[in-house]
Design a protein around this ligand. Sequence first.
Ligand SMILES: Nc1ncnc2c1ncn2[C@@H]1O[C@H](COP(=O)(O)OP(=O)(O)O)[C@@H](O)[C@H]1O
Ligand SMILES: [Mg+2]
Length: 332
Amino acid sequence: MNVINKSLSHLVLVFSPSGKLVSHSLDSQDFHINGEPFASLFEGGASLFDTLSRNETSVPGPILFLPAEKHYIYIPHLLKDPSGTTLALIMTLIPDTSLQEDSAFPDERMIRMDRLAQVGQLAASLAHEIRNPLAGISANVQVLAGTSPKNDPNQKTYAMVLEEVARMEKIMKDLLDYARQSQPHMESISLPVLFEKIKCLISAQLNKQNIKLAMEIQEDLRVRGDPGQLIQVCLNLILNASGAMPKGGEIRIQSEKTPVAVKIIFKDSGCGMNEETLFKIFDPFFTTKAKGLGLGLTIAKKIMDDHAGSMEAWSRPGQGTVITLSFPIKKI
Ligand SMILES: Nc1ncnc2c1ncn2[C@@H]1O[C@H](COP(=O)(O)OP(=O)(O)O)[C@@H](O)[C@H]1O
Ligand SMILES: [Mg+2]
């Protein structure tokens, strides 16, 4: 089902005169339906094929496309040679959004995927051009700083330039991470072990900020995933949480197992968000921070999508934020 959500606005299917599917616009890695008869692909397919193949003036209508379990509006077109012999029946299927409960979801998601791809391409070419000059600036300023006396009034300027260059390097790194769009290397991951690692990576920083990290991860809980990418997701969430509580507070990470999913829940006692902010947090480059880039949650969301998982956010101003990661449990 995800395949459909991800890749389609409309479909084109081509049938032979005898009603066998000869070509389609679906991702053929995911749909092995070539050669299938019309009758088995659509609800009420047998009689519909009869009508469509005999009637040149058939009009569009609603249809349930069985491999995707989705409702569409079909537009039929009979392709004939000059002698009037039917060569093919072409069916264009347009999603019937009026019948789909999750109709807003694929569109929104597709727009996001599009923007991801565009930003990715731009980032990859820009990052390549900008990284080397940045390294050059940094090296030269370090030389200047090292060769001038400690009490030189310019030292402050050097330090500031280095800090800003470091910030730009971080932005380039984030952009490159975003552009790389690498496929996850899936393995079975023990969540308690993963979160011990995350705790080691982040606890010094949280201590400094007066933030308590409470972890309640069930023993023996495992998910399938790419450990590096999942650490990136969790660090992003923890850093966002810590950014939301400049005077300190608490981050609580809990796990939950349901019959269909393993969930990891991040709760913080930070400033929270209003509805308008909450609505935009997964958008590329949306940030409310003076020095933010606004890619943290976009990247995290994409990684979760790549894991066939999901990410949900709840928040209220002054009441903190809850982010839930869900990993589906595959039925065997
Ligand atoms: N835990 C949180 N508490 C409050 N606001 C948050 C939280 N997490 C994310 N946000 C909001 O979402 C925005 C986008 O987050 P993100 O994509 O990580 O980008 P950045 O951290 O660079 O701003 C943040 O600027 C902030 O407004
Ligand atoms: Mg962030």
